[in-house]
Design a protein around this ligand. Structure first.
Ligand code: HEM
Length: 244
């Protein structure tokens, strides 16, 4: 077992723990944050089913972004849709036998990688080209885009230029999940790709990328417009009422 294999095995065990534990804690934190006011962005649905539909449209189509900024929507949606397909394509490294729908998605995943990179490039150009966005952009905004773009670029490099032994990569990760250590191919681009992915997993729970689960806890999106039919009372406020 090489030193690199051991280092990457430890790195991914640690990164997975931080990612899963951090994400679970942040979601718990969001869930217990009080929403004292009734503030759905109107026009809003008046039923819970309507709210579920609205959230689904947000998640799949980025509806409110489409209304507010067309170009940001184009690049943002391109990136996220590409990312979703790329991640589905990657499931083949972690499942044996590979699920039918994952096998079906493989060819589309290739194009998705380019869509993802194009979307990221567009979002990055926006941070320089649009004055009001440039003004509020912090180094972390740029670094997030750089990190994601570097992951996509190193992935594409493996796919088209410096091929790696994907069968061995799969054996390494399947083994890691059952503590059966397998050698990781000694391959520079793969090392870069995986180190960047581990970095992404480590910072995800503490970064702005948390908007993914955060969307579901946003009162402006997850509340029904029914304050006349049902009085809005946050759980902590209800407790105060009983104390009177
Ligand atoms: C532990 C997790 C990961 C492993 C083991 C992994 C491994 C790989 C490998 C071996 C390839 C080359 C595929 C080939 O030659 O056919 C690849 C490609 C790629 N990876 Fe990853 N990767 C991981 C996570 C990620 C993540 C989180 C992203 C995006 C944020 C990503 C984005 C890409 C892209 C865009 C490609 C090129 C297109 C493709 O082949 O799907 N990877 N990855």
């Amino acid at each position: 077992m090489t030193a690199a294999t051991i280092a990457y095995a430890l790195l991914f065990c640690g990164a997975s723990l931080v990612f899963a534990g951090g994400l679970a804690y942040r979601i718990y934190d969001y869930a217990r944050t009080p929403a004292p006011l009734k503030i759905p962005t109107t026009p809003a649905p008046t039923t819970r089913r309507g709210v579920a539909l609205r959230l689904a449209r947000e998640v799949v189509l980025f509806e409110s972004l489409f209304r507010s900024s067309l170009w940001t929507w184009v690049f943002g949606w391109l990136f996220h849709a590409g990312l979703a397909l790329v991640l589905i394509r990657h499931l083949r490294y972690f499942t044996e036998p590979v699920w039918g729908w994952v096998a079906f998605a493989q060819p589309f995943g290739i194009y998705a990688a380019f869509a993802m990179a194009a979307g990221l490039a567009g979002l990055w150009v926006r941070r320089f080209a649009v004055a009001r966005v440039r003004y509020i952009s912090t180094p972390s905004d740029h670094l997030m885009l750089a990190l994601l773009l570097a992951i996509a670029a190193s992935g594409l490099a493996m796919k088209y230029a410096a091929h790696t032994d994907v069968v061995a990569v799969k054996a390494f990760f399947l083994g890691l999940m059952v503590a059966d250590w397998q050698p990781l191919p000694a391959d520079g681009v793969l090392y870069v790709h995986l180190a960047l992915v581990a970095l992404l997993m480590l910072i995800f729970p503490f970064s702005k990328l948390l908007h993914a689960p955060g969307l579901f806890f946003s009162p402006t999106r997850n509340q029904a417009d029914n304050p006349r039919e049902r009085r809005h009372l946050a759980a902590w406020a209800a407790k105060l009422e009983h104390r009177k």
